[in-house]
Design a protein around this ligand. Sequence first.
Ligand code: M6R
Length: 615
Amino acid sequence: MCGIVGYVGGQSALDVVIAGLRRLEYRGYDSAGVAVLADGGLAAAKKAGKLVNLEKELVERPLPAGVTGIGHTRWATHGAPTDANAHPHLDNAGRVAVVHNGIIENFAALRAELAGRGHDLGSETDTEVVSHLLAEAFSSSGDLAESMRQVCRRLEGAFTLVAVHADEPDVVVGARRNSPLVVGVGQGESFLASDVAAFIAHTRSAIELGQDQVVELRRDGVTVTDFAGDPAEVRSYHIDWDASAAEKGGYDYFMLKEIAEQPKAVADTLLGRIDAQGALTMDELRIPQSVLREADKVVIVACGTAFHAGLIAKYAIEHWTRLPCEVELASEFRYRDPILDRRTLVIAISQSGETMDTLMALRHAREQGAKVLAVCNTNGSTIPRESDAVLYTHAGPEVAVASTKAFLTQLVACYLLALYLGQRRGTKWGDEIRAVIKDLSQIAGEVERVLETMEPVRALARSLADKGTVLFLGRHVGYPVALEGALKLKELAYMHAEGFAAGELKHGPIALIEEDLPVVVVVPSPRGRSVLHDKIVSNIQEIRARGARTIVIAEEGDEAVVPYADHLIRIPATPTLLQPLVATVPLQVFACELATARGNEVDQPRNLAKSVTVE
Ligand code: M6R
């Protein structure tokens, strides 16, 4: 939930850390702080509000120059976003500085214990106990990595911790449990960060840290152990995107760039998964074929936008494989004692690979004997590492808090998985699979076409900037698209937005319709399941008769909707199941433009962070 950076090397630690924090600000932006080791001591600065506040503070009160430093950008859990609660937290002597992501569950007991020993804790955070415990441990061990191991053994909860000590000026120490931390290995310099984006401008060589590991960072290398001090195995990897992928590239917002990148993201996610004959090749899915053949149920767990991708995947999985498929909010999953066994295939969908609710759901599923397959966009993150198999989406880094290109690629990955299951289980013939793949291969071009026609959608969004409520309706796969449209509007425009299954209208929501209320309707294709189409046309008539202003998203050539559409947004004709890939795009553009028109921060909506690493 927070962003962490650590650096030791030959450059100005402050410059490297601040630049890294800028790239991690999507993770949290309610306060920020830095600490550098210099002149035999430790100097720190921290400020409530966005990183820019800290940068101003550093201009007014510069810190001494040093080559070892740490930084933090916060999304508050314990304690309001104030200067005092911002990280880093120091011990009473001001020799240790600590930054933290996660929650230390036993902090109250530790705090009482420290107070009993005369420590003065000035903040409301759980983090501060760590700086005091580290200072105590260091006074006897004289070794920061060893002190970190001792302290971690006492902590409960989820945490990434990064610390420096004035008596070890060439060392940064990090630790992780259930919270992300990656190491960057440069020439004569080393980095630690919550996400590789923080150091991608300096090195593309990274090391994954495992669960319950401590890393000691020096200029000339890193040492990794477990919490007991035994050497740990590490996995090095090459980051296959460069710094420009994590920059705005001329767009006003990352979200706009990421919306525009969707055709490429969709094409990249198909790449290498279709052979020259147009058939599916999924050798990368290292899961025993028997698991796919013998599964008797699929359960999808995910949160937010990824959950909506799961809802759409259900239609494809059940239609193409005839396997029952449940979709469950990851945050609810383990608390209802779900029925799982070794024949259950659980699919965990997550852009970040770090969402704690999804991680806990997959752990629960594995404990019950189920096999877990992750659909993930972040190489080496915790969710794929803890799953039995992974299918990566290739969206590239998604920085804007509102998920866009990750959603479309999650859909593509889920369609591929559904087809592959159908292939392995013999519920789909090869030529049927090839026909769907052919349609999928054309989707990137169709998304491109949608993007070229978005100006009227932007104009419409601007004209609705003073509205209080927008409703979204859909049927079949259009229902999760409606939910996704409403979620985008809530998180970006801070408007009351609700998505409904159009068939549910008459069971309650129709009472909400009043004069000039904007209602977006996602219309299924009149071809194929025409019964769906006819029913939704009736729904549009029903709401319009009651005064709604109808905003209709319908495929090219669908003339039946024209008389009832106050605003008509055309999308290319696609097979019914694939329509979400094109129908979602106008809703993303709509929400982004409405947020802009209302003067909101598009990339960093209030109260939100990109990855939710606490439950
Ligand atoms: O990283 P994940 O895909 O696991 O994240 C899940 C949700 O937190 C995420 O999709 C969230 O709902 C987005 N901000 C929506 O735009």
